[in-house]
Design a protein around this ligand. Structure first.
Ligand SMILES: *Cc1c(COP(=O)(O)O)cnc(C)c1O
Length: 436
């Protein structure tokens, strides 16, 4: 590099004094802006950009927020994608998070000026949504709810062998339960359990009977499971609580998902407590929800471990708004009609072809995901592109995650909010522009 060029690189302090970069630093922090400035200066030295382009380059390349998490368009056709943060929050939930994120009355009764019950609004919303429940608490996730139940009720937990589930990424429910110090009393076989297996296993050390929904697999053939409705009467009078982990968080039965248990029906069938995740089919923030008998919920709330698992104000705000606000995105995606999806795919493909990108609207298959309804296929519509789009789309300024099938990149529209179609088109055009 010549001395002339080196001199031509604008100085860091001069750049950081640029009014636009001062504004950016006030929003993102000086360190983030400074490192963007330094990488732009390097590009001047490398001859990639001119000295006058530094400020514009920095402004273009600064992240949207001070967090490195960026919004991704989910075109995988998997509605609840764990690697993409599971349920996208509704606009109502996002507004509620923003409103609650400063100082807020999460644990203060503004009427009396005294301490109030934490997150009362979210708990009331849960009880309104699931009338069969007497009381509710919210913890960090469903795993936390299981850990709290096992810790507070433990001793011996009676559970069917066919319900010793691995959820994903090596997370095994039996290992979690045992890690709390509880002992498992396994009953039945992998494929079959009978009511007598459960009743024979009850003893003075029994802390609870646990039912776990096998969310992500199906056992077929010579099988038998004991349902909550059959277990509950057998446990009545024993004092042993029946706890059901339903996983997905459906509030009520969904007509298209007959095999997914829901909170209201499971309690009505006789479970003493139900547990679920907040960010699967419920469509809200990451949370573990516990609903059911008031005395049992109270025992969990009073347990010292609860304090280590409870959720923050923004989660409570998002959960309440998910429950009280308009239909959350996951539910809208699940219920979206095929003709509407086909229209969107056709419109996206048309817009791309008009921009010179080869694209076709094609039929596709979407899934619930998040370890729910593993065999349930949702008819869907996708835009098919050349296979070489998949990787650069993931790395685009607006990342898009689709999938490869039949030698093409498919972008499924069921897992994408309709409002995002224009951003999808823009992201594909941005990538295609590099090749022309
Ligand atoms: C997903 C799932 C869990 C784990 O839930 P997290 O909220 O991810 O902790 C536990 N049990 C069942 C049955 C599940 O489907």
């Amino acid at each position: 590099m010549t001395a002339d060029l080196r001199r031509a690189v604008p100085r860091t302090d001069a750049l950081l004094a640029d009014p636009q970069l001062v504004t950016a630093a006030a929003r993102l922090g000086r360190d983030l802006v400074k490192s963007a400035v330094q990488s732009a200066q390097q590009r001047v030295r490398d001859g990639e950009i001119g000295p006058d382009d530094v400020v514009a380059t920095v402004l273009r390349e600064l992240p949207g927020t001070a967090s490195s998490l960026s919004p991704v368009l989910n075109a995988t056709g998997v509605l609840v994608h764990t690697n993409l943060g599971r349920a996208p929050l509704s606009a109502a939930a996002v507004d509620a998070v923003v409103a609650a994120s400063g100082t807020t009355d999460v644990e203060l009764d503004l009427g009396t000026g005294r301490r109030g019950p934490r997150g009362a609004g979210a708990l009331d919303a849960l009880l309104a949504a699931v009338p069969a429940a007497e009381a509710a608490i919210v913890v960090n996730n469903c795993a936390a709810a299981l850990a709290l139940v096992a810790t507070a009720f433990g001793g011996e937990l009676v559970i069917a062998r066919g319900e010793l589930v691995e959820i994903g990424d090596g997370f095994r429910i039996p290992e979690l339960l045992v890690s709390t110090g509880a002992r498992l009393r396994e009953v039945g076989t992998t494929n079959r359990a009978a009511l007598a297996d459960y009743t024979a296993a009850l003893g003075p050390d029994t802390g609870a009977v646990l039912k776990v929904h096998p969310s992500n697999f199906v056992v077929r053939g010579f099988t038998r499971a004991v349902e909550v409705a059959e277990l509950a009467p057998a446990l009545a009078g024993t004092g042993v609580p029946l706890v059901a982990d339903v996983g997905s968080g459906l509030l009520r039965p969904h007509p298209a998902l007959p095999d997914e248990p829901d909170l209201q029906s499971t309690l009505a069938a006789g479970a003493d407590l139900v547990l679920c995740s907040g960010d699967k089919l419920l469509g809200g923030p990451q949370a573990g929800i516990v609903l059911g008998r008031a005395d049992l919920v109270q025992r969990l709330r009073r347990h010292p471990l609860y304090r280590a698992l409870r959720v923050d104000k923004t989660t409570l705000a998002a959960l309440e708004a998910t429950l009280r606000g308009p239909v959350p995105p996951v539910r809208a995606m699940l219920d979206a009609d095929l003709a509407g999806l086909q229209d969107r795919a056709a419109a996206v493909a048309d817009a791309l072809r008009a921009a010179g990108v080869a694209a076709d609207a094609v039929p596709s298959t979407a899934r619930v995901g998040g370890g729910g309804a593993p065999e349930f296929e949702l008819p869907s519509a996708a835009v098919a592109l050349d296979a070489r789009f998949a990787e650069p789309l993931r790395r685009a300024n607006q990342p898009v995650v689709g999938y490869l099938e039949g030698g093409r990149t498919l972008l499924d529209l069921r897992s994408l909010a309709p409002d995002d179609d224009a951003r999808l088109v823009a992201a594909v055009r941005e990538v295609a522009a590099r090749w022309t």
